[in-house]
Design a protein around this ligand. Sequence first.
Ligand SMILES: [Zn+2]
Length: 330
Amino acid sequence: MKKTTLYPNIYLVLFFVFMVSCNPPRQSFHEIERVKQESMAHIRFLASDELKGKKPGTPEMKIAARYIVEQFRAYGLQSFSNITNYLQGVPIEFITPQLIKNVSCNNIVGFIEGSDAILKNEYVVLIAHYDHLGVIPDSVNANSDSIYNGARDNGMGITALLYTAKELSKKPPRRSVIFLATTGEEEGMQGSTYFLKNSPVPLKTIVFVLNNDGGGYNDTTLIRIGGKNEINFSIALWNKNRSFGIHCLPYPEEWLYLYKEGDAFCFAEKGIPSITVSPGFDKIDDAILKYIHKPTDEAGDDFNYYYLAKFCQAYYEISIFVANSEKVPF
Ligand SMILES: [Zn+2]
């Protein structure tokens, strides 16, 4: 009896050893669950109806800013001496056919000093815009949802920025990292344009920009990277990100123009290598168009919070790769 049961057990052990050696190490269920719960809390607040779509100049936009500021403070991020309390005042101009309206708003800026005595004088800038479109009543159906919550655009980006700030603050990378939550992106990248004109550090010390923005996802095995020279960069990261079940691919050629409509492009125009990291999509189909710049872009029950957690981890992995690498990707 004993003899006959022994052989199957040995095969079971050998099979297990074989499986472990074939697969890269996976993070624990506990870890991904922790990231999922934390990121869910961020996005559900930032995309809540109470924040009314975070339009620049509104009281709700100030509440969103305050939320991000207090996360920066909790993670121990530093504030530049020429910026008070992480808040960089930005005048936002709304231009409509009827009028030009100016409102005051804020970029939120914090940083972590690098751990390397020389490389800490170089800055990697991580960006996500936290503004969205606000409340736009439907002229046809007055009773329909009019709040443009902006969960995917750009609650996901801000959530990934906060996750990365928290993780990098535990063990600073070699280069210094600036965390920039911009305002006025939906009004023509006004927050990032203002930052560039009023940067707290000389622009020549900014060596790389990782913007985080997108309109949604329809492929949860992917993240997309947009930028002119993104291909070599993506390949270098591919294996790394695969280890937690996500692939990293460049934007499809036909959608690369979207990169030019985001905060990264302002920096690229100044000659600073800049990419946009976006949630995974294979093509812009109904699964994306259903949410992008629509009141349906909410953090509700149909939102994939498990994917959000993986997306946050991928953004962190790319950020630390750039901030630690001997030479920044070009
Ligand atoms: Zn956006």
